[in-house]
Design a protein around this ligand. Structure first.
Ligand code: HXC
Length: 513
C-alpha cells in the first residue's frame, strides 16, 4: 500500500482512540459513553461526517508540545437525525478531560458557523473539565467565542445542549444560552463554583450531585429542561424533541400525515369537578385533546403549577402552555411565569403555534412572591405572549381570574381564537372574595352574617362565574362543550395556518428580564 495512504489510515485509527483505551475504559466504568459512542447513538447510521479530526492544540507550556492528541478533545461534524441535517459537537473526556483549548473552541465555532449559515439545529454534547488549565487566557477567549455565537444563533436555529459529565465554571454559560438543556442523572453536573469553593466561601458541605446534579436542575433551579436516567434515554429524548422543531426560524415544523377519525372526545365531558375548588389533573385533559401519545413535556418537575411542552394536533406540531390545578391550584408565580415565558418565546421564534389551556385563580400572594419580583416575572409572560405572532388559541376550562386572565393569552393581548367551556368563570376574582369586598357593609349589617354572605356570593357568582359575559363582548369567541374541544382546535389551527402578523419595526424590544 502507498505509504501516504497508510499514514492516513493510521492517523484515522489514532483519531478513534482519543485519549487511549485505558481512559475509554475508565469512562465506561463511570457509566458514561465516549464522545463517539454518543454520536453513533444520536446520528442516523452512516450519515456522520466528521470535521477537524486531525486538529491538535498549539500549546507548548508545561511540555504540552509532547502531548498531542488528534482531535484535541472534541468530535465535531454534521449528519442526519431521522433524515434531517444537524450539526453536532461532542466533547471527549478521554482527552485532557474534554477540557477546552483554543483549538477545541475553534472546532466548535466552525460547526456553529456552518449550522447558522446552513440553517440546521446545533447540538452540543458536553463532558468537560472546563478551561484547559495549561492554556490560560486563550481558553477563556475560546469560551467567549462560543458564547458569542450561541447568542448570534439564538432564534435562528434551535440549539440543544446535552450535559453528560462535568460542566463547571464559566463553561455552563454556553448551554445556558441554548434553547434546551438535557441532563443525565448521577453522571452529569453543572455549577458555576464547585463544592470545594462553596465550602471555602459559605462553609456549606455539599456534594456535586446535590449542588448541580440533574435532579436539582430539573426541579429546583429549572436550568435543565429534561432529565434522563441514562445517556441512551437522554439521546432518545434529544431526537424526540427535534421531531417537533423546524430546522430554522424560516421554516415550519414537519406536519406528520394524519387521517381524520372521530375527533369528539366524550371523556372530556366530565373533566371539571362540581366543586370549583377541587383540583383535577390538567395533563389528563391535555392528553385527551392532543394526538395520542404526542405530548412531550418540558420542565416536567420544575414549577409544576404550569405545564409546558410540545404536542401534535392532527399531525401538526404545537406548543402547549397550561395551568395545572392539581399543583398549587395552578396559580401564577415567579417560577411558573418565567418557565412559560421562555417557552412561549421559543415557540414564537420557531413558528410553532401555541395552545393555552387555562384554569388559573390568579397570581400567588405573599411577601416571598413580591420580594422575588412577581411583578417583573409576571410581566415576562405578559410580554412573551403579547409579542408572539404565531397562531395562538386559548381554551378556558374553569377559572380565568384577575390579571392572570389577561396574561394567559387573552384576546386582548393578541390571541387569535379564544374558546371557553361552560364551566368557565371569567371574573376579577372568585365569588367568595368578591362578595367579602364589595358587599362588606351589607354583610356586616345583616342579622345573619353567614347567610347574607352566602347570598351575596351567589349573586356575584350567578352574574360572573360563567363564560357568557366575556362571550357577549367577544372576549371569548365561542363557548364549546369540552368534548368538542379537539375538533374545534384542529379546525381553528388549520384556519390559522397561513397567519401573517408582524410587530412594529424595532431593533429589539426590552422584555423585563
Ligand atoms: C486540563 C484537565 C482539566 C482541565 C481535567 N483534566 N480537567 N486537563 N484542563 N481543566 C485532565 C486531568 O488532568 C486528567 O488527565 C483527565 O483530565 C481526567 O481528569 P480526572 O481529574 O482524572 O477526572 P475526574 O476524577 O473524573 O474529575 C473530573 C473533574 C476534575 C472534576 C472535571 O478533573 C477537575 O476538577 N478538573 C478541573 C476543573 C476546573 O477547575 N476547570 C477549570 C474551571 S474554570 P489524565 O492525563 O490524568 O487523564 C473554567 C473557566 C471557564 O472552566 C471560563 C469561561 C468564561
Amino acid at each position: 500500500m502507498d505509504s501516504r495512504r497508510k499514514t492516513l489510515l493510521k492517523k484515522r485509527d489514532e483519531v478513534l482512540l482519543g485519549g487511549g483505551q485505558s481512559r475509554i475504559d475508565s469512562q465506561h466504568k463511570k457509566g458514561k459513553l465516549t464522545a463517539r459512542e454518543r454520536i453513533a447513538l444520536f446520528i442516523d447510521e452512516g450519515t456522520f461526517c466528521e470535521v477537524g479530526s486531525f486538529v491538535t492544540h498549539r500549546s507548548s507550556d508545561f511540555d504540552m508540545q509532547n502531548q498531542q492528541i488528534l482531535g484535541d478533545g472534541v468530535v465535531t461534524g454534521y449528519g442526519k437525525v431521522n433524515g434531517r441535517l444537524v450539526y453536532v459537537f461532542s466533547q471527549d473526556f478521554t482527552v485532557f478531560g474534554g477540557s477546552l483549548s483554543e483549538t477545541h473552541a475553534e472546532k466548535i465555532c466552525k460547526i456553529m458557523d456552518l449550522a447558522l449559515e446552513n440553517g440546521a439545529p446545533l447540538i452540543g454534547i458536553n463532558d468537560s473539565g472546563g478551561a484547559r488549565i495549561q492554556e490560560g487566557v486563550v481558553s477563556l477567549g475560546g469560551y467567549a467565542d462560543i458564547f458569542y455565537r450561541n447568542v448570534q444563533n439564538s432564534g435562528v436555529i434551535p440549539q440543544l445542549s446535552a450535559i453528560m459529565g462535568p460542566c463547571a465554571g464559566g463553561a455552563v454559560y454556553s448551554p445556558a444560552l441554548t434553547d434546551f438543556i438535557f441532563m443525565v442523572e448521577n453522571t452529569s453536573y453543572m455549577f458555576v463554583t464547585g463544592p470545594g469553593v462553596v465550602k471555602t466561601v459559605t462553609n456549606e458541605d455539599v456534594s456535586s450531585e446535590e449542588l448541580g446534579g440533574a435532579s436539582v436542575h430539573g426541579s429546583k433551579s429549572g436550568v435543565a429542561h429534561f432529565t434522563a436516567s441514562n445517556e441512551v434515554m437522554c439521546i432518545q429524548a434529544l431526537k424526540k424533541l427535534l421531531s417537533y422543531l423546524p430546522q430554522n426560524c424560516e421554516e415550519k415544523a414537519l406536519n406528520l400525515t394524519y387521517t381524520e377519525g372521530n375527533e369528539m372526545r366524550e371523556s372530556l365531558a366530565n373533566s371539571i369537578p362540581e366543586n370549583p375548588n377541587q383540583p383535577y389533573d390538567m395533563k389528563e385533559v391535555i392528553n385527551e385533546i392532543v394526538d395520542g401519545g404526542s405530548f412531550f413535556e418540558v420542565h416536567q418537575a420544575y414549577a409544576e403549577n404550569m405545564i409546558v411542552g410540545f404536542a401534535r394536533l392532527a399531525g401538526r406540531s404545537i406548543g402547549l402552555v397550561a395551568n395545572q390545578p392539581a399543583f398549587l391550584a395552578g396559580v401564577l408565580d415567579v417560577h411558573s411565569s418565567q418557565k412559560a415565558a421562555r417557552f412561549v418565546r421559543f415557540c414564537d421564534a420557531f413558528n410553532i403555534p401555541l395552545l393555552v389551556i387555562e384554569d388559573v385563580p390568579g397570581f400567588l400572594p405573599g411577601t416571598d412572591q413580591e420580594w422575588n419580583a412577581i411583578i417583573t416575572n409576571g410581566a415576562k409572560l405578559l410580554y412573551a405572549f403579547s409579542e408572539a405572532t404565531v397562531p395562538r388559541i386559548t381554551v378556558i376550562t374553569r377559572k380565568a381570574y384577575g390579571g392572570a386572565y389577561d396574561v394567559m393569552n387573552s384576546k386582548h393581548i393578541g390571541a387569535d381564537m379564544n374558546f371557553a367551556w361552560p364551566s368557565a368563570e371569567i371574573a376579577v376574582m372568585g365569588a367568595k372574595g368578591a362578595a367579602e369586598i364589595i358587599f362588606k357593609r351589607d354583610i356586616d349589617r345583616a342579622e345573619n352574617r353567614d347567610l347574607a354572605w352566602k347570598e351575596k356570593e351567589k349573586e356575584y357568582s350567578d352574574l360572573f362565574a360563567n363564560p357568557y359575559r366575556a362571550a357577549a363582548r367577544g372576549f371569548v369567541d365561542e363557548v364549546i362543550l369540552p368534548e368538542e374541544t379537539r375538533i374545534r382546535l384542529i379546525q381553528a389551527f388549520e384556519m390559522l395556518q397561513n397567519k401573517v402578523k408582524n410587530n412594529p419595526k424595532k431593533k429589539h424590544g426590552n422584555i423585563p428580564l
